[in-house]
Design a protein around this ligand. Structure first.
Ligand code: COA
Length: 499
């Protein structure tokens, strides 16, 4: 019963069905919602909006979230054509296809920018906020569920707020959140976080109860994504990183328990973090964006003292484990708003070790995390840039080949740039690791080709680099007409290899 979860009497008369609540959402509106990779997003109301479109009503929306959300939202709204614009990150195949077909206008953004861009008014007026909640406090405050994302800014900027109370979310989540919001310049103050475990805010999002127009019951579980098994390549990548971190401790550049770890999304990132359970490191801390399954392994292995993030993003199996042991994991986890979890100021102050995944990187250390063959959007940049540029150490990982070896992930020139040579400190594949600190581009190229490229592609990369180096300009040599020929060959023949 959701009445038990609404602690403010006068709001109980706002309880209604998802279909009724969805009627507050009108064609042309900007809708900002809860949800982050894909946890804690509204489900019943977006499904009800999609149903209206299926029944022939013309309705188009701009949809802003913290990051990716599940199929009940991104999938349903993309399939029915409701989604016209989408910011800032998605992973759903239907929204991805709609973006790549040009049906949805997508702006791929640094996640840390989203909250402040809403506050600055850059993303237009927010007509409606739709947020998933665990409960509503006596003051009308919204207690989030498995993520915080942009909910604080959605709620404070929106004209009206629709709350979905999700009864499938365990009440033990209460107390895990730490809500703190910044002011706009020139009134912005330093964020008072000096270590990953600092609590600086409230456990609920303040909300003017007058703004709440509807409260809907929902019991649909987070439609979490499967994580690939931890394979041999991922184990090798993880091994190279651990060896490197051990070396950094030995030479005195890192403390024994390292610095706060940030780990990206996806199977490789999950495996890399998981590898630390077997390492000698103790008393680790995490200041990250998503808390995936391997974080629970680290907690269970007694390796982690605190995990600060924006969302709990386990696989289905991990979600079960989380729900069954919520009280235990709640002692270690803090969920923060996106603008705090991904804040460059905090990342730089804490000195995070950022570990993110690349689709490809080039011989000079530029990284593509988003666009396959330069134009097909995969997911988006996410928070990788927030951490990479501001990290103590920024590491990128990828398996050295993709698509059964027909694609080399180490290329002469990336087909799209998300992270530049100026931001990337270390690149790693299952073949090995290249430390790019304190190197010129040509020194970097030699290390990357030697240490990271797959043996099938190493001679081709060496040949390219040697010929490019014979040109007139010696700083970052390229043969400009040939630098993207590997991608062109793949598109033409199905392989980057020369047949
Ligand atoms: N060229 C073409 N396709 C490639 C490729 C390359 N060089 N490298 C990987 N791929 C494809 C894989 O084949 C796979 O395709 P499939 O879905 O059709 O099987 C897909 O990309 C995902 O690759 P996978 O190896 O399964 O990696 P992943 O699950 O670890 O995800 C990213 C990798 C880069 C897509 C993912 O980490 C991402 O979206 N990153 C950007 C956002 C980010 O870093 N956020 C974290 C900030 S905290």
């Amino acid at each position: 019963m959701i009445a038990d979860r609404i602690r403010r009497e006068d709001l109980k008369n706002k309880i209604m069905s998802a279909d009724e609540a969805a009627m507050f959402i009108k064609d042309g509106m900007v809708m900002a919602t809860s949800g982050f990779t894909p946890s804690g997003y509204p489900k019943a109301v977006p499904l009800a909006v999609a149903k209206r479109a299926e029944n022939g009503e013309k309705i188009g929306l701009t949809v802003i979230t913290g990051a990716s959300v599940g199929d009940e939202m991104d999938g349903a709204l993309a399939r029915t054509g409701v989604m016209k614009r989408r910011y800032p990150y998605q992973t759903n195949k239907f929204s991805r296809n709609a973006i790549n077909e040009g049906k949805v206008m997508y702006q791929d953004m640094h996640l840390s920018h989203v909250a402040q861009f809403i506050n600055y008014g850059y993303l237009g007026k927010i007509d409606v906020a739709v947020v998933e909640a665990l409960a509503i406090t006596e003051e009308g405050g919204i207690i989030p569920t498995t993520s915080v994302g942009i909910s604080p800014q959605a709620i404070s900027n929106a004209d009206i707020v629709i709350v979905e109370i999700n009864t499938s979310q365990p009440m033990e989540l209460e107390g895990m959140h730490d809500i703190y919001m910044t002011e706009n310049p020139p009134h912005r103050k330093p964020i008072p976080i000096t270590s990953s475990g600092d609590r600086i805010g409230t456990t609920y999002i303040p909300c003017d109860p007058e703004k709440i127009v509807a409260i809907v019951e929902c019991d649909i579980k987070d439609n979490v994504r499967p994580l690939g098994p931890i394979d041999e390549d991922s184990k090798k990548i993880s091994g190279h990183i651990i060896e490197f971190l051990e070396h950094e401790v030995k030479v005195g550049r890192l403390p024994k328990n390292l610095l706060p770890l940030q780990s990206g999304v996806g199977s490789v990132a999950n495996a890399v973090l998981g590898g630390l359970t077997q390492s000698k490191f103790e008393n680790l801390t995490c200041y990250t964006e998503v808390i995936q399954d391997s974080m629970f392994d680290l907690i269970d292995a007694g390796k982690v003292t605190v995990a600060s993030g924006c969302s709990l993003t386990p696989s289905e199996e991990g979600l079960k484990r989380l729900h069954e042991n919520m009280e235990h994991y709640a002692k270690y986890c803090i969920l923060r708003p996106l603008e705090i979890s991904n804040n460059p100021e905090v990342a730089r102050r804490l000195g995070v070790i950022a570990m993110n995944t690349a689709i490809e990187f080039d011989i000079y250390g530029h990284v593509n995390s988003t666009n396959i063959m330069g134009s097909r959007m995969m997911n988006g940049l996410g928070g990788s840039g927030d951490f990479t540029r501001n990290a103590y150490l920024s590491i990128f990982t990828t398996v050295s080949t993709a698509k059964n070896g027909d694609i080399s992930s180490v290329v002469p020139m990336v087909s799209h740039v998300d992270h530049t040579e100026h931001d990337v400190a270390v690149v790693v594949t299952e073949q090995g690791l290249a430390d790019l600190r304190n190197t010129s581009p040509t020194e970097r190229a030699k290390k990357i080709i030697e240490n990271c490229a797959h043996p099938d592609y190493k001679p081709m990369l060496k040949d390219y680099f040697e010929r490019a180096s014979k040109g007139k300009f010696k700083h970052q040599p390229h043969i400009i007409g040939e630098s993207l020929s590997w991608h062109a060959r793949f598109l033409k023949t199905g392989s980057m290899k020369i047949k």
